[in-house]
Design a protein around this ligand. Structure first.
Ligand SMILES: [Zn+2]
Ligand SMILES: [Zn+2]
Length: 172
């Protein structure tokens, strides 16, 4: 088996020779994957601004292909794609301004901290013992923590009643 060329952008490999490389690197699929990779680091607003400033590429819109690929100075975005981009851009702005995403109706960590603070100050008159009991209950754990998959063991909340101390552990 000859040498293989692996393209990180496209996540695929092929036999490494001049012809295959050229064919791949100039192929539409590769150019698209590469552009998508770099777009990943730009904000949707930047992409939108760029695309909107360009005139539509007539060649691309008529024939679906264009020799210039993503480096074409005309826009290859269809109306639907521009609309989708606009939606993403609005989402992005909302998030950066700290708006709550209505699809995530879970209480925020900030809200949890506020109620926790209130509860604690309300308890100041009670004994220390009670306060410690309170801290061990499940309700004191931010709900977000349970939605994180594969939490490292050190971050997993203790079971109700706290961890059982292993008195008989032997250390070698
Ligand atoms: Zn590629
Ligand atoms: Zn073009």
């Amino acid at each position: 088996m000859g040498k293989r060329y692996f393209c990180d952008y496209c996540e695929r490999s092929f036999q490494d020779n001049m012809h295959n490389r050229k064919k791949h690197l100039f192929g539409v699929q590769h150019q698209r994957a590469k552009k998508a990779w770099f777009d990943h680091f730009r904000s949707y607003a930047d992409i939108w601004k760029d695309e909107q400033a360009k005139k539509p590429c007539r060649k691309f819109l008529q024939r679906g292909i264009c020799d210039f690929g993503p480096s074409c100075r005309f826009s290859h975005m269809s109306e639907a794609e521009m609309y989708g981009l606009q939606r993403k851009m609005q989402d992005e702005r909302r998030r950066s301004e700290g708006w709550e995403d209505p699809s995530e109706a879970r209480p925020s960590v900030a809200a949890w901290l506020t109620t926790r603070e209130k509860r604690r100050s309300g308890q100041a008159s009670k004994g220390v013992q009670d306060q410690q009991e309170e801290e061990r209950t499940q309700g004191d754990i931010p709900p977000q923590i349970f939605s994180i998959p594969d939490l490292p063991p050190s971050l997993v909340p203790p079971p109700p009643g706290g961890w059982k101390a292993e008195g008989s552990a032997q250390w070698g």
